[in-house]
Design a binder for this molecule. Structure first.
Ligand SMILES: [Zn+2]
Length: 410
């Protein structure tokens, strides 16, 4: 750790703020069908920045206009480790720009905060990772292993960027990852999992005055909704309690009858179809089969309400299970060990309320992940999203110190 003071000296607040603002000013909202609304421009910016700093850069075109940018420093020689600092380049929509105090892509700097869409989620974290890694060549320190900064696409939707990385040679080479998502710089070792279960309820269309001639799918959807609290209770029993995560929740988010594209709602018509969507969040302790069984139980409770009605369901965007990483993992040990040196305070542990790209890397590769990054964890996706400059700088210092410690400890 002799190189640490030299590395930390290369984390410059003004430069980090400027880089974050540059990233925020490139709107990278993904809008399907619009060939200009994707991660192409921001990926090109990140690529150029990394090349200037001496990173070896690989571009993986996951889908047209939607690249993963992987910038690496150092080598993974025999016995050495490879650490990923992970961020995503896409952001969610800004919504109504008039609702924002400052224009959402202006990256306004006021009173120690940068405001704008993506400041916290998560261009600030990505900028901190870039600056942290670049500290090595700038300080003339050869990384004692390999550092990869991954700027991935599509975290906010299907996570195709993380899935692509997990299936690639670059993914298989990794030994651990720090997911730089906004978690107030806590060391988060657990993440809740999520399944969006979409139910398609098929009945039989009929006149509202003669309901006996049809099979009403709305009645079945209602029966399923009544079962939701029971499903939630069962999940709470099956999943482990967690100090850092709220317990499992089952939340109805969409109900439509008839669903879009399956007819026009009319006061006197029993529709043929109903659609119901449940947002199911779980803590560690249940696997995909266990979740499927519980969802099937809900389906059967609905179907018995109206004989003749059939319920089919699917998981939108596949299952994302809850993740947990043990404190004995080398990446956790490394981060805990350097935290005070990097920040001047003791580490706080925490949990991630939703899923991240780390969920995919954990599920697909078994990779030990720690989610830790700058930004209030409640602020993502809100109007007037911001990141604190102090937290940004702290994050970059945590990343550079953790990378050095983790790679040196191989
Ligand atoms: Zn994010």
């Amino acid at each position: 750790m002799r190189a640490l003071p030299r590395l930390l000296a290369r984390v410059d607040q003004d430069e980090l703020v400027a880089l974050t603002r540059d990233l925020v000013r490139i709107p990278s909202v993904y809008r399907p069908g619009d060939p200009t609304a994707n991660e192409r421009e921001i990926a090109a910016f990140v690529e150029q920045w990394m090349r200037r700093e001496g990173f070896a850069v690989a571009i993986h075109e996951v889908e047209p206009g939607r690249p993963n940018v992987l910038g690496s420093l150092g080598e993974k020689r025999a016995g050495a480790r490879c650490l990923l600092l992970e961020g995503h380049t896409d952001v969610v929509t800004e919504g109504d720009p008039a609702a924002w105090t400052y224009p959402p892509f202006s990256a306004e700097l006021r009173d120690g905060r940068i405001y704008g869409r993506g400041t916290a989620d998560m261009k600030g974290g990505l900028a901190a990772a870039m600056i942290a890694a670049a500290a090595f060549p700038r300080a003339g320190v050869e990384p004692p292993g390999k550092i990869v900064v991954g700027a991935l696409c599509d975290e906010e939707d299907r996570m195709i960027g993380a899935r692509h990385l997990a299936a690639s040679d670059a993914g298989r080479e990794l030994d651990a990852a720090i997911i730089c998502e906004p978690e107030e710089n806590e060391l988060c070792l657990e993440q809740r999992g999520v399944v969006w279960a979409r139910f398609r309820v098929r009945g039989k269309m009929a006149h509202g005055a003669m309901p006996e001639a049809g099979h009403n799918p709305i009645t079945v959807a209602g029966a399923m909704l009544r079962e939701v609290p029971a499903l939630e209770r069962r999940l709470r029993k099956r999943c482990e309690r967690s100090k850092y995560l709220r317990p499992p929740t089952v939340t109805p988010t969409v109900i439509q009858a008839p669903p879009r594209g399956a007819g026009v709602p009319q006061s006197n018509v029993i529709p043929a179809f109903a659609e119901l969507l449940l947002d199911i969040r779980v803590t560690p302790g249940i696997d995909a089969d266990g979740l499927r069984d519980e969802i099937e139980t809900l389906v059967r409770a609905g179907e018995v309400a109206v004989p003749g009605v059939k319920v089919e369901w699917e998981a939108v965007n596949a299952f994302r299970l809850a993740t947990r990483v043990d404190r004995s993992e080398p990446i956790v040990q490394a981060m805990s060990a350097v935290f005070r040196k990097a920040t001047g305070r003791a580490a706080r542990f925490g949990g991630v309320p939703g899923s991240t790209d780390g969920t995919i890397l954990r599920m697909e590769l078994g990779l030990p992940i720690v989610t830790c990054g700058p930004g209030n964890r409640l602020i993502p996706h809100q109007v007037d999203e911001y990141v604190e400059v102090g937290e940004l700088v702290e994050a970059a210092r945590i990343y550079v110190a953790s990378a050095l410690k983790f790679l040196e400890s191989a």
